[in-house]
Design a protein around this ligand. Structure first.
Ligand code: ADP
Ligand code: MG
Length: 397
């Protein structure tokens, strides 16, 4: 689960990391008061969306010369104006995709004088199963670009969980970043703070880009992107409360309410599968036959008829879906439950695209009988390859 910059900065502030003072604004009327509570002479007005690249992004229907989602203002009035101009509009960045994201919240913060922009991230390195630091002197840039073009400008190392964070880790970062004097000490303390926050709150990714050296020579977190391990949210009520559902794909949100493992994709074949491994194999074999999956969906082992019905509804609500492939290997999951769910869903939402069903395993005969007797226009398939070939043929002709 991701959170907004202003929420991440509130957490950083709680832990004692240096951030600017700021106010979040949800409605245009609040902007002026919010800006007035901050000290000038510079204000920064920042669109809050769960995507980076806001500064270089653009609004849909933007006027000529109108800049992105991070703007400087020289007075309370100007900050108010900028906030009003951004609220409710759609911001497109290289991370949002062409559809962009609607801006429902604005963060107004005190402007900083910037001497240097640096890059810092903490993440879970799945290869070493440890928390890793990544830092670079090339702040404000896309780290992917730096990694591709000048990898020598990136330092990355992991922390042994037995010792945890140690001051030498912080010094290593400080020297890589070319920090001097008291900044080294600040860096050692800040990295320790970030590591503690990361571990205590089950953070999955924490990116400070840029981490700056102010013109007064102090370190400060100027941007903050934070994502949490969803499987650990149950033990962090304070973090779970930060969830902004309007930032999530509506289909993925509906799926999460029914505990379905669903990821929306760009293709045309909707997939309903049980088991993550079979779901992956199904996506692969659809590609092998020349089409693209519209989603990844694992209905899980203990799915009920209601859960299957909901899964089917989510798939059919996707306008890109031109055909559906149900591929079930009944182990713990029973084929008759799947069949009942599919029939119930079709009764409710109708079926306007071809449907191929491949059932195998527990209660397969009952499952097939339920579908046969339903009078539905279902194309039956015998194995995985046959199923994929049939649905691709039905969709592409
Ligand atoms: P994004 O990464 O989404 O573009 P950032 O928060 O990194 O958004 O802001 C983009 C740039 O705007 C920063 O690299 C920095 O140069 C400038 N900026 C952001 N916040 C401030 C601030 N409080 N004071 C001065 N400049 C800022
Ligand atoms: Mg940034």
């Amino acid at each position: 689960m991701n959170i907004h910059e202003y929420q991440a900065k509130a957490l950083l502030r709680d832990y004692g990391a240096p951030v600017s003072d700021g106010r979040v604004v949800m409605r245009a009327e609040e902007a002026k008061t919010a800006a007035g509570e901050l000290e000038g002479p510079l204000w920064v007005v920042k669109a809050q969306i769960h995507a980076g690249g806001r500064g270089k992004g653009h609004f849909k229907e933007a006027g000529a010369g109108e800049k992105g989602g991070v703007r400087l203002a020289k007075s309370v009035e100007e900050a108010d104006e900028e906030a009003r101009r951004m609220l409710g509009r759609t911001l497109v960045t290289h991370q949002t995709g062409p559809d962009g994201k609607e801006v429902g919240r604005i963060y107004i913060e005190e402007g900083s004088g910037i001497a240097r922009e640096l890059y810092l991230a903490l993440l879970v390195d799945r290869q070493t199963s440890r928390v890793s630091f990544v830092c670079s002197t090339e702040g404000g840039m896309d780290i992917e670009e730096v990694a591709a073009e000048t990898p020598e400008k990136i330092l990355s190392f992991s922390v042994d969980p037995v010792t945890g964070y140690q001051p030498f880790h912080g010094r290593r970062i400080a020297f890589m970043l070319g920090l001097e004097g008291k900044q080294v000490k600040q860096c050692v303390a800040l990295m320790g703070t970030l590591y503690r926050l990361f571990v205590e709150k089950d953070v999955e990714m924490l990116e400070i880009n840029p981490l700056i050296v102010t013109d007064a020579g102090e370190l400060k977190c100027l941007d903050a992107k934070m994502g949490f391990d969803s499987n650990a949210l149950y033990r962090h009520g304070d973090i779970a409360a930060l969830r902004d559902e309007s930032e999530e794909d509506p289909k993925e949100l509906a799926a999460s309410k029914y505990d379905l493992n669903y990821i929306a994709l760009d293709g045309e074949i909707g997939c309903m599968v049980n088991g993550a491994g079979l779901a992956m194999a199904t996506m692969d074999i659809i590609k092998l036959h020349g089409a693209e999956p519209a989603n990844f969906l694992d209905v899980g082992g203990g799915a009920t008829k209601e859960k299957v019905t909901e899964a089917f509804k989510i798939i059919t609500s996707d306008a890109n879906v031109k055909g559906i492939l149900v591929n079930i290997f009944g182990g713990i999951m029973r084929c008759d439950i799947i069949a009942e769910g599919v029939i119930a869903a079709v009764k409710e939402v109708g079926l306007e695209v071809p449907l191929v069903v491949r059932l195998e395993g527990t209660n397969v005969e009952q499952g097939k009988a339920i579908i046969d007797q339903s009078g539905l226009n279902v194309i039956a398939a015998d194995d995985l390859s046959d199923a994929a070939a049939k649905i691709v043929k039905a969709v592409k002709g």
